[in-house]
Design a binder for this molecule. Structure first.
Ligand code: GLA
Length: 410
């Protein structure tokens, strides 16, 4: 990887990720191909541009890798990838926001953001060829904020690589390929929530996602609803947090339950409260709490989906608040800043409910707000956040967005 060259200096200042990615690609290509002057990029065609959104998860935290239920919503913040094919099989990738460039040959195994690009290309190459390409990436999804910037990167890179290679995949298959890339290439034992959200969410809707059957159903959010993100400014890193520990605790709890219940349990999805209560004493206390979270969280997702479909936003808000308590107390993936963000939101007029979103241990909280009170609630939370949540807290509204797409084909 070559760091810190100045190809972006020539790019005009542009505001959206799509504009910045296109400008960065143009500057990048104009800068030439120092490493291999025999393989210049193909510059005639306009670039292919793919965008994929970040997400918040309204309810359904840490259920995905337990075959459970989630209710995410894609946000109107995106990773954009501008791409053009090359005549060789190399990927030359410019991360405009980091001012960094990576040059990847098939089989390379880089670190950092380039690991996601290499892993997606590697998985997509298993079925059919992926052509070499110049890629430029720009994003307005904050990183480390629990909004799944990594899945947005994977999906946008994947869609762009398929397009420059003349290939296509149904969105769910691309999501699964990107999920494998994250697990195998980056080492997070995550579930499918983030990749399915970035792939399959629809505008103006939340997505009811069954992680066992992988069936999805869009649930319209309604015009009168607003969504606020409260980014605590405490960065989380799934590879370094207790995330994989939670995955293992769930697996160990499932093993214990199989043994004592003498039942065929495929996953914690097959466990209900009656089964848990019947065998609670046989489980280590920490495992009991983890299972209780997963079982009750699946129920909260069902409730929230039904309530949202019925326009009962108070009930959705209650499910979010109960989900946060469960993630804090039973699953132990919250942190003081997230708890403070949820508490602050919950006491703000117009807020139906709030909870931490994403893996936890930092990152963001999401709040569901009466659309008419949104501006006022945002102002109130923004004003109190530095003192109540933390000096780097950021508060912004977002709209439910569509999943990954090629720009020009919306
Ligand atoms: C992270 C993971 C997801 C999911 C959430 C928690 O975002 O990548 O797979 O487990 O945490 O719900």
């Amino acid at each position: 990887m070559t760091d810190g060259d100045d190809t972006d200096d020539a790019a005009p200042t542009a505001s959206t990720p799509v504009e910045r990615a296109k400008a960065a690609l143009a500057a990048f290509e104009a800068d030439g191909d120092a490493s291999d002057s025999t393989s210049p990029p193909t510059e005639s065609a306009p670039p292919t541009v793919a965008v994929a959104p970040g997400r918040v998860n309204l309810v359904g935290g840490h259920t995905d890798y337990n075959d459970g239920l989630c209710l995410p919503m894609a946000v109107d913040r995106h990773v954009a990838v501008a791409a053009r094919p090359r005549s060789d099989d190399r990927l030359r990738v410019r991360a405009a926001d980091f001012d960094e460039t990576a040059e990847l040959d098939p089989g390379d195994d880089p670190d950092g953001w380039a690991a996601y690009v290499a892993a997606v290309a590697r998985v997509l190459r298993e079925d059919d060829p992926i052509d070499g390409a110049d890629l430029a990436i720009a994003s307005d999804v904050p990183t480390g904020a629990g909004l799944s910037s990594s899945a947005a990167l994977e999906l946008s890179v994947g869609r762009a690589l398929l397009a420059v290679s003349g290939r296509d995949l149904p969105a769910a298959d691309l999501a699964l390929a990107c999920w494998r890339a994250e697990r195998e290439g980056v080492g997070v034992e995550c579930g499918i929530l983030d990749q399915f959200s970035a792939a399959l969410c629809e505008a103006d809707s939340a997505l009811f996602l069954d992680c066992r059957s992988r069936e999805t159903e869009s649930v319209p959010l309604g015009d009168g609803v607003g969504v606020l993100v409260i980014d605590t400014g405490v960065s989380h890193e799934l590879t370094e947090s207790g995330y994989n520990d939670r995955v293992r605790e769930c697996a160990a709890a499932l093993d214990s339950l199989r043994e004592v219940a003498d039942r065929d349990l495929d996953s914690l999805r097959d466990v209900d409260l009656a089964l848990l209560d019947a065998h609670a004493d046989a489980l280590e206390p920490v495992h009991r709490r983890r299972v209780r979270h997963v079982v009750t969280e699946n129920e909260r997702v069902r409730n929230a989906r039904d309530a949202l479909a019925a326009g009962d936003l108070d009930r959705v808000g209650d499910a979010m608040l109960a989900a946060h308590d469960s993630l804090r107390d039973d699953y132990e993936v919250s942190c003081p800043e997230l708890d403070a963000a949820v508490e602050l939101a919950a006491e703000t007029p117009g807020v139906y409910g709030a909870r931490m979103t994403g893996g936890g241990f930092g990152g963001s909280a999401v709040a569901l707000v009466d659309g008419d009170a949104l501006d006022q609630a945002a102002r109130a939370i923004r004003a109190a956040a530095p003192e109540r949540v933390g000096p780097d807290a950021d508060v912004f509204a977002c709209r439910p967005s569509a999943g990954v797409r090629l720009v020009g084909e919306e």
